[in-house]
Write a protein that binds this ligand. Structure first.
Ligand code: ADP
Ligand code: MG
Length: 380
């Protein structure tokens, strides 16, 4: 066990890293953050911000010398970086598990090879792969295999011709071509697995996306008792097969009443932010516990919760850039506001979120959606 006041390392300085730093501080640890961005949200509050790239081996040496264990909040950390650090200190999750989650081709192949539910897809490495793809995949979505997020690196394609065009736009990057599924709704499971193989799943939430970005998470999932009943079991099987240690998120579609794995994230997940305010232990404290070899905490929700993401769009009133009217949110009972300390708001950039908690799920949802409208988020 790694106990306080040990120093922990975090690769990546975004909001997920920032919440990890806060949780670790609360528990008596020190944290170093490695991130190239001078203004990184996590770097701002860590004991030390090592401003370097993930492939800067001199910086990694320094990091390994100063930290007792290291984890990641950024799924695109090169596997080589994790493998290198693992020569000196524990790295959780391991490079091999992260590698599966950071490449859609590896991810889909993993699901197929382990008989886990996934949608129809084809691996696309050349124009010929598109010409050969099963006609039943169309209408489809072409997704770059690596470095996509929040709907970026994706194109909806109705036909083979459109897929060829989109593949050209992606400059021939390896892709997966997925059948576009009619979605009943989407859910996700955030869980933590420790070094002994013990798994704690947080309650399944329903997620609503706007323009490919998570907008609202509702817990318990209103459709609970439906097709998403098995989601926690499937997510746990994924974590086991990956030999995963740490907190991870698994996104699911429910399509035609069937549960289908969409994608996995080898880190805490945006849809798990509700755990900060509604669970006995939150997803970031669990990440600290798994990293340090502590027993996992209770993942039970003590409240119903609705989380609403606050994107940079909110800072723009037409052409005019201004701070949103936070006082309106602070006036709402049982609403907890979290802002990530990002320097500049850009449309689509995740700047913060709020969560409304309470005992009555329908009431919580009504309050959260009213607060969402009051702060100026419009339905698209
Ligand atoms: P990201 O890495 O950006 O989260 P996802 O693959 O999760 O990428 O896609 C973002 C959203 O786009 C999904 O949550 C879902 O709403 C929609 N989407 C993605 N793939 C499909 C699909 N095959 N069929 C229908 N909708 C999809
Ligand atoms: Mg997703």
């Amino acid at each position: 066990m790694i106990l306080p006041p040990a120093t922990l390392g975090m690769l990546g300085g975004g909001q997920l890293g920032r919440f990890f730093v806060a949780a670790a501080h609360e528990m008596g640890y020190r944290v170093w953050v490695l991130d190239p961005d001078a203004h990184s949200p996590a770097g701002q509050i860590a004991e030390r911000h090592v401003r370097a790239g993930y492939d800067d081996y001199a910086a990694l040496d320094e990091f390994a010398a100063g930290c007792e264990a290291v984890t990641t909040e950024f799924e695109n950390v090169p596997a080589g970086t994790l493998d290198y650090l693992a020569k000196f200190i524990p790295v959780r999750p391991a490079a091999a598990a992260v590698a599966v989650c950071q490449d859609r081709i590896a991810e889909k192949s993993f699901l197929r090879d382990n008989c886990l539910p996934h949608g129809p897809f084809a691996v696309i490495r050349s124009d010929d792969d598109i010409r050969r793809a099963d006609a039943a995949l169309f209408p489809a979505i072409l997704k770059v295999a690596r470095f996509g997020y929040d709907g970026k690196g994706q194109a909806t394609v109705g036909t083979r011709e459109e897929a060829l065009l989109a593949f050209g736009h992606f400059k021939g990057e390896p892709c997966v071509l997925e059948q576009r599924l009619p979605l009943d709704y989407e859910v996700s499971v955030v869980l933590t697995r420790d070094e002994n193989g013990e798994i704690r799943c947080f309650p399944t939430g329903e997620n609503r996306h706007t323009r490919g970005i998570l907008d609202v998470s509702i817990v318990p999932a209103p459709a609970a008792g439906g097709a998403d009943d098995g989601a926690a079991a499937v997510a746990a099987r994924i974590a086991e097969r990956l030999g995963y240690i740490g907190t991870m998120g698994v996104e699911f579609f429910v399509s035609g009443g069937r549960l289908i794995v969409n994608e996995m994230a080898p880190r805490p997940h945006n849809s798990g932010h509700y755990t900060l305010d509604a669970c006995v232990t939150d997803q970031f404290e669990q990440q600290v516990r798994a990293l340090c070899g502590l027993p996992l905490g209770e993942a039970r929700a003590h409240s119903a919760a609705v989380m609403v993401n606050l994107l940079g769009d909110l800072w723009y009133d037409g052409e005019h850039y201004r701070e949103p009217d936070w006082a309106r949110l602070h006036a709402v009972p049982n609403l907890k506001l979290h802002l990530y300390g990002k320097h500049h708001a850009r449309p689509g950039r995740k700047m913060g979120h709020f969560t409304v908690i309470g005992t009555d799920a329908a009431g919580v949802q009504a309050v959260a959606l009213a607060a969402r409208a009051a702060i100026g988020i419009r339905d698209q």
